[in-house]
Design a protein around this ligand. Sequence first.
Ligand SMILES: *[C@@H]1O[C@H](CO)[C@@H](O)[C@H](O)[C@H]1NC(C)=O
Ligand SMILES: *[C@@H]1O[C@H](CO)[C@@H](O)[C@H](O)[C@H]1NC(C)=O
Ligand SMILES: *[C@@H]1O[C@H](CO)[C@@H](O)[C@H](O)[C@H]1NC(C)=O
Ligand SMILES: *[C@@H]1O[C@H](CO)[C@@H](O)[C@H](O)[C@H]1NC(C)=O
Ligand SMILES: *[C@@H]1O[C@H](CO)[C@@H](O)[C@H](O)[C@H]1NC(C)=O
Ligand SMILES: *[C@@H]1O[C@H](CO)[C@@H](O)[C@H](O)[C@H]1NC(C)=O
Length: 647
Amino acid sequence: MALRMKVCMFVGLFLLSLAWKAAWAKVQVNMEDRVEVFLGDTAQITCMFTVSDSPDNVIIQWYMITKTNVRLRIYYGNGTMQVVDRGGQFTDKINVKGMGNSSEVVLTIRDVKLEDELEFICHVNGMSAGSDEGRTALKVFASPDRPIITGEESGISVSNEYPTKIGSCEAKNGYPRPNITWYRDQSSLQNTPGEVSVVTLVTKESSGLYTVQSDLHLNVVKKDKDSLFYCEVSYLVPGGTKMTETNKINITVYYPTTSLDVWVESPKGSVKEGDTVEVHCRANGNPQPPFTFMHNMEELESDLNVLVLKNVTRQSNGNIMCTALDLDTYEETLGQTELFVDYLDPAVLIPKHTHVMAQGEELMATCNALSSLPTHTVWFKKGKKVAEGHTLTLKDAVFDMAGTYVCVVKVSSLEGLETSGSLRVFVEGRPEIKKSADPVQEVSPEKSQKLSCHARGYPTPVITWSSSDKSQILKLSQRETEDEVLSVVSIKVTSDVTAYCNASNDHGTVSFSFSLKAIVQTTSSAPSTTVTTPLVPVTVVAPVTVTTVTPVTPPKRVKKEGSGVIIAVIIICILLLAILGSVLYFLYKKGKLPCGRSGKQDLTKPNKGGIVVEMKSDNTEEAVLLSVNGDKKPPSDQGDKYMYVQK
Ligand SMILES: *[C@@H]1O[C@H](CO)[C@@H](O)[C@H](O)[C@H]1NC(C)=O
Ligand SMILES: *[C@@H]1O[C@H](CO)[C@@H](O)[C@H](O)[C@H]1NC(C)=O
Ligand SMILES: *[C@@H]1O[C@H](CO)[C@@H](O)[C@H](O)[C@H]1NC(C)=O
Ligand SMILES: *[C@@H]1O[C@H](CO)[C@@H](O)[C@H](O)[C@H]1NC(C)=O
Ligand SMILES: *[C@@H]1O[C@H](CO)[C@@H](O)[C@H](O)[C@H]1NC(C)=O
Ligand SMILES: *[C@@H]1O[C@H](CO)[C@@H](O)[C@H](O)[C@H]1NC(C)=O
């Protein structure tokens, strides 16, 4: 029992002494566990303390714990002096603030290095009050450079047995060591035997910083061709963790071909004869294997995946096959398509080329062209549509039905397929004469008159010209087609005459007559007027009226009885005027008449736009032909253009 009492008392005293000691401890130090700072920055380690009495009489000492766990003083300070210990790691880059009666001192470390990552002890000695100390660990951080990702350049086959490297990520110069995590699309990749393998290589640089390289090895599958891969680098910073992502890469996945697609790339839609056909082949594998093309079991040369067939015909119809040998699996794959070439043969007309029919007869002509597609036929004559469909029917043939019929056969569903043929139809019968010029014409005698006659009929008519008085008829030209003739002649007329154009063939003769009237001219009336015109204004007017009248009036009077008397009277009048003119001219020359020479010039000068009159003694007719513009028509045209007088 006594022993038990003794033990109890001893324990009680021990506890009491502890309590007493705590109550009497008069120095207390308070410090943070750790201080975190970026490499190169300034670190501040705070040491807070309380001293129960004589607070201005404390000694502060700072220590560091070396990597080899040795305690080394780096600073000493009391009320009167502060000493940084010489020759140490921190000699030149620390200072301590807040000495004396304050309850806080701060150790400042400039330009923190990696080797500064140590434990620091703050020891406070309060002399009579006793002493205490605390410790803080300094942590240094360095953020790594922006991470870099590199993907495999070459393709990766899905048939590889083991995971294959697909890319590499690197985070340089970080502290502490950063971590790298790989992602495929949105999900992170963990080491999985046989599937995923991430190999990490950590290098400690001479600077003490870490470089981490991470290689991703993957057993790729086909859908990885569409996946995006990237890395995430996580690293510590003061007060937390940061993350940086690399950019995303894709990889080339090689996977075997299991089927081939073959199609006609051009032309789009239907193929017709003569087209150049382009056939394409595509494999569903990667890379595209080498292709071989067969056209109706015949191997053809091709350029990569394109087969070109030039100028196809219906013989090109059939099977086009594309085969490929996968170089990885050595399996052959096959794809095929059918080629169909549409065609349109040349048009076949019945009857062929030409057909001769009698008037009143009927013709059923057909035009057909063999085609792989429905066709549409249209018949044209002289560019005008005359019928639609394969058959052309001509009933009750007349001359107007003769001509060239063109049938055009088209495939409406396929542009460019078109053929045509033509049929010449002749309608037999007596010739017909087309009215070309007036049957009655007035002609000046001794002049050649042109006559033309246009006849049609089949067989080709023969044109013969004749005249009532054996006038000389000169053939100028003759144009002939198979059922038409155009004949032009010139005839010299001395008196009224009838000219005949007779057109004849096996079926008969037709005749067309031209009645030519000779115009008798007054030839002697003009000469004296030439002299008188310049003289007086009055005389100027006279020739104009005379000449404009001559072409119309004299010819009509010629035929009237007693016109000779009138002509004689006119001649006498003109002669009198001429004498009067001569007298006046004489007086003027002698200077008795006040007329300027300019008057004469005005009259002789050609006057464009006005009526110009030039009289010639031998031919009054020619004077008439001076037109309003002053142009002189060539005499050969007179008959056609000027001298027609219609009854
Ligand atoms: C401070 O320390 C120095 C050197 O040890 C000493 O000479 C000095 O007397 C001390 N001052 C006080 C106030 O203790
Ligand atoms: C510390 O001492 C200064 C004079 O040296 C005095 O002004 C100040 O009040 C004191 N502070 C404390 C907390 O004792
Ligand atoms: C890095 O990874 C290790 C192990 O998974 C982990 O303990 C550490 O906290 C990570 N570091 C960072 C910065 O994420
Ligand atoms: C994959 O990369 C290639 C070139 O590197 C690029 O042309 C292609 O667009 C990329 N595909 C995707 C899905 O990003
Ligand atoms: C196309 O083929 C046809 C028939 O074989 C031939 O007549 C024609 O000349 C060819 N055309 C070209 C441009 O080769
Ligand atoms: C032409 O026909 C006319 C009238 O029918 C006739 O008088 C003339 O003799 C014919 N001429 C010839 C050359 O047959």
